[in-house]
Each structure stands twice: as C-alpha cells, then as structure tokens.
Design a protein around this ligand. Structure first.
Ligand SMILES: Nc1nc2c(ncn2[C@@H]2O[C@H](COP(=O)(O)OP(=O)(O)O)[C@@H](O)[C@H]2O)c(=O)[nH]1
Ligand SMILES: [Mg+2]
Length: 246
C-alpha cells in the first residue's frame, strides 16, 4: 500500500473496569495504526469506571497527543459510551474495539482490506470461546434479531468493527445498552449501506469477567431491542426530507 492510499483511522474503545488491559490495548492500537493509517487518533471513553481505568487513560493521553480521553460523569452504559466515542472520533474510518483486550487489533488488517467495498464491516466469531450458558444466550439473541429485524447476520454485535464516519452521521442511534452494536448494524443495513462480515477469533479475558450477559444488561438490551423495533417499523421512521406525519 502506498502512503497516499492509507486511510485516516480513529480507534475507539470504552473502558469500564479495564485497568489491567487499557495499556495493552492502547499499545496494540498504536502499532497497528502506525502500520495501516495515514493519520490516526485513539479515543478512549471512560464510563465512570470505579477502578483506575480513567486515571490510566489520562496518563496515556498526557504521553501522546493523538490520544483523546472522554470521561462520563456517571456510569451511562456500554451503548452510551459507544455513542460518545463515535461522536468524538474525527477520522473517515472508525475502528471500534473493547478495552478488555478480547479482540486482536491485528485483525484490523483484515477489515481495512474491504474499505472500498463496504461502509460498515462487522465481525463474527468463528468459535465462541465462552461458557455454555453464554453461547446459548448469544445463539438465542442472534436468532431473535434475525427474526425481529429480518436480517441474516451470524453475529450481529461483536465488539470489533470498522465503520465509516459518514455512515454514523446518518444514523440516529437511540440506545445506551449493549444493544448498540445491533442497532448500528440493523439501521445501516435498512438504509441501504453496504455491511460486510469478516470472521475473527477472540481471546477471552484472563482477568475479571464480562458483563454483557449480566441480568441487568440482558434486561436493558431486550428493552432497547423492542424500542428500536417499534421505532423502525413505524410510519414515522426515515421519512423523506421535509415530509412529516401528524
Ligand atoms: N460504558 C460501559 N462500558 C462497559 C460496561 N461494562 C463493560 N463495559 C466495556 O465493554 C467492554 C466489553 O465488556 P464485557 O463486559 O467484557 O462484555 P463481553 O465481552 O461482551 O462479555 C469492556 O471492555 C468495557 O470497557 C459498562 O457498564 N459501561
Ligand atoms: Mg469482553
């Protein structure tokens, strides 16, 4: 790839109880961006983490001027953190990942290859390396979403993805829960954007445990799923410009 064809990339990740992995993820983001990007930045959103994630993020930002940190004054949820990150990312392509180092940012090489073919490139896990309970919840969730929104995606809300900033500006995202990944994918597809899927492997946490399938997050995700379904399949959604319904 010649320098001129390299894209400008924002890498964004939320942190919440990620004090033990935030430096690693940042280091990996810097090395992959140095290789793949023309210009780049790293955006970290601290969702009022009770551990040292926020302080470490600030230390990193003090060391590198391409790192930007945003602190939520209170815990607002994974989806809210993603929206903050997306709204504060400035470059043409935004790569989303998680602060817990479960994804390998080297996979950005695979995703970026398709930047001319797609507007949003999501990922699916070849193998879900989780507990049986978590695999079951994930299978039901994906099946339910395929049925409710008539989509075909294998794995609609994996955290690693690459999205064009322009697309995000055209979506009105309304969820604050982990449903956000699905909301982005579904709304993009329905508006006619090109959504691609790339297979990846994940590397389960060695510290702590994931919270996306906690009782509270499942409850909030289901609530948002129904809210977005109602919003989309209504006579008010995505009306032509200057057209209104009473
Ligand atoms: N904003 C926000 N982010 C969270 C919260 N819980 C987890 N995260 C972030 O989301 C990422 C993935 O969360 P995790 O619990 O590992 O989800 P899982 O990998 O789907 O089980 C973590 O790296 C955290 O940075 C939360 O309550 N609020
Ligand atoms: Mg995780």
């Amino acid at each position: 790839m010649s320098t001129s064809t390299k894209p400008d990339i924002s890498i964004f990740f939320p942190v919440y109880k990620d004090e033990s992995t935030i430096r690693t993820v940042t280091g990996k983001a810097i090395s992959i961006c140095t290789e793949l990007a023309n210009k780049f930045e790293i955006v970290i959103v601290n969702d009022c983490s009770p551990d040292r994630s926020g302080e470490i993020a600030d230390e990193l930002a003090a060391q590198h001027d391409f790192i930007k940190v945003i602190h939520h004054p209170e815990n607002m949820g994974y989806g809210a953190a993603v929206k903050t990150g997306l709204n504060n990312a400035r470059y043409e392509w935004i790569c989303l990942t998680d602060g817990d180092d479960e994804y390998d940012l080297n996979d950005l090489r695979k995703l970026i290859k398709f930047k001319d073919a797609y507007d949003l490139i999501i990922t699916f896990r070849y193998k879900k390396i989780y507990s049986n309970k978590r695999i079951f919840i994930s299978a039901i969730y994906n099946k339910l979403l395929r049925w409710l929104f008539r989509t075909n995606y294998r794995d609609i809300s994996t955290g690693l993805r690459l999205v064009k900033k322009e697309l995000i500006e055209d979506l009105q995202l309304i969820t604050n829960s982990p449903f956000i990944g699905a909301e982005i994918t579904i709304k993009s597809m329905l508006k006619g954007y090109r959504v691609g899927e790339v297979g990846i492997q994940t590397f389960p946490r060695t510290v702590g445990s994931g919270s996306s399938t906690s009782f509270r997050n499942i409850y909030l995700t289901i609530k948002d799923m129904l809210r977005v379904r109602k919003e989309i399949f209504s006579d008010h959604y995505d009306l032509p410009d200057n057209r209104q319904r009473s």
